[in-house]
Design a protein around this ligand. Structure first.
Ligand code: AMO
Length: 449
């Protein structure tokens, strides 16, 4: 008999089927044995009656995470046992034959949905097992939809996908947060961002995007930083103003939210998540205006600070939510000297730049902005930022030979997943998180996230 996926059982009441999957739970009730079976598509309750002598003997041997093949009849559940809130809550598989395909050792912790409240370090130490949990599967299914819908939207807007390198001769973002690698007898770096490459490729293909790994030597242990990130990057030519970039960011995020809402209904329900509200037009303000607003509304004075602090981001989002109902706000115009050399200074007030961040639900989701495209101006910044032009020669060549007005943006897949799903720690939204203290296993046993 061919295998039926568990999600398709609902159309097969009264029919004989064969399913294959894992045992999530075994419950013995008198002489009967109940199971929750799980495959890639969902979960179903099954019962083995004592009259099925062969099957009941096998059932008694089975523990959590055994891999089985089970055949039997799909029955409608009695009215009083129906659970309308879960997949297959109205049916049950009455097992007639049961085969063990693979055994499992006794589990180190309870894997059943109700008993699942492991602390994060234990979850991550046992990722190979905890990935099987429906809650974690839901998180990573949403993440897959986020990445897919980024690609889909970019392509719909005529952006060209390219592959960015991970080994680079120079750092794009500045700062010390870079991993140096021994490259034969030379030094090289792991890419912090495909920034310089997306700008080069933009000068050939106009609209480009990439989905790639970036690496940041984040020396601190926060709930929103990783050392290895999936970065979703875009760059576009022939813009009139930085606001074209802001609008593209808004359309992209709106498309992602819409895709998650339509494609991940079951996952959002399981995770008990409400999507953030994005208005027709997201409120936009300069850093100075945002600081002024925070001061007026809270009495706390961040005016003159060079960036928004974590507290500022939280306060600003709370104020904007109350004033407009929006869960998002764009903040632009950061001090030019605080940001990387490629960001475009405001021609009327060059101390502030035309970089923009999207802040939502109290945290930064995404960064972008207009870039310097004039070669002479770029070279002036290279000098002022004390960069070695020889190390970025390939980038400079693209701009020496004609680069249109342009800009772009980037966001981390893990950060946006965390924010969309309202998770407390970015590691929950990362299958195999790398940070200061962990590469699969903790690097030292006395430090926990
Ligand atoms: P920035 O450094 O702000 O900008 O990064 C852009 C976005 O990438 C994500 N991100 C991270 N996520 C998790 N852990 C980290 N350590 C981490 N660092 C960054 C965030 C952040 O908003 N080149 C520019 C982008 C551009 O202008 O196009 C850049 O890298 O979501």
């Amino acid at each position: 008999m061919p295998r039926t996926l568990i999600k398709d059982l609902k159309g097969k009441i009264g029919e004989q089927v064969k399913i294959q999957g894992w045992v999530s739970v075994r419950r013995d009730q008198g002489k009967m044995v109940f199971f929750d079976f799980r495959d890639r598509s969902g979960t179903v309750q099954a019962v083995v009656l004592p009259s099925e002598e062969l099957a009941i003997a096998v059932a008694k041997e089975i523990r959590g995470e055994y891999v089985i093949s089970a055949s039997g009849m799909v029955n409608k559940r009695p009215e009083k046992n129906i659970n309308p809130d879960v997949l297959n809550g109205d049916l049950e598989l009455q097992v007639q034959t049961l085969e063990i395909l693979a055994k499992a050792e006794p589990l180190p912790f309870d894997m059943s949905l109700d008993g699942y409240n492991l602390d994060l370090p234990t979850q991550l130490d046992h990722r190979a097992l905890t990935l099987r949990h429906p809650r974690n599967q839901a998180i990573f299914k949403v993440q897959a939809v986020i990445i897919d819908s980024f690609r889909e939207f970019m392509k719909s807007q005529d952006f060209f996908e390219f592959q960015a390198p991970s080994i680079v001769p120079a750092t794009a973002e500045g700062g010390a947060e870079v991993f140096k690698v021994k490259y034969f007898d030379k030094d090289a770096y792991l890419s912090q961002s495909p920034q310089l490459y997306k700008q080069i490729v933009m000068t050939a293909f106009e609209r480009v995007f990439s989905v790639n790994k970036i690496f940041r030597a984040e020396p601190s242990q926060t709930t929103r930083h990783l050392t290895e990130v999936v970065s979703l990057d875009a760059e576009m030519a022939f813009i009139e103003s930085w606001t074209d970039i802001r609008d593209m960011i808004e359309h992209t995020v709106r498309f992602i939210l819409m895709s998650v809402s339509t494609k991940c209904e079951a996952e959002l329900k399981l995770l008990k998540v409400e999507l953030p509200v994005m208005l027709e037009k997201t409120p936009t303000m300069s850093l100075t205006e945002a600081q002024e607003k925070i001061f007026t509304k809270t009495g706390r004075d961040p005016r003159g600070d060079k960036d928004l602090s974590t507290q500022d981001e939280q306060d600003l989002c709370a104020i904007i939510k109350e004033e407009t109902g929006s869960d998002f706000v764009f903040v632009y115009g950061y001090p030019t000297k605080q940001k990387p050399f490629y960001v475009y200074p405001n021609p009327e007030n060059p101390e502030f730049n035309e970089g923009v961040d999207l802040i939502g639900r109290g945290r930064e989701w995404l960064s972008g902005g207009r870039r310097i495209n004039d070669y002479a101006q770029l070279m002036k910044h290279v000098e002022e930022w004390e960069m070695d032009p020889k190390k970025i020669e390939m980038f400079l060549e693209a701009f020496r030979y004609g680069a249109p007005p342009e800009g772009g943006f980037a966001f981390g897949a893990e950060r946006i997943t965390m924010q969309i799903l309202n998770l407390e720690n970015i590691r929950e939204a990362t299958m195999f998180p790398r940070d200061m203290n962990r590469i699969d296993q903790p690097l030292s046993t006395d430090k926990k996230e």
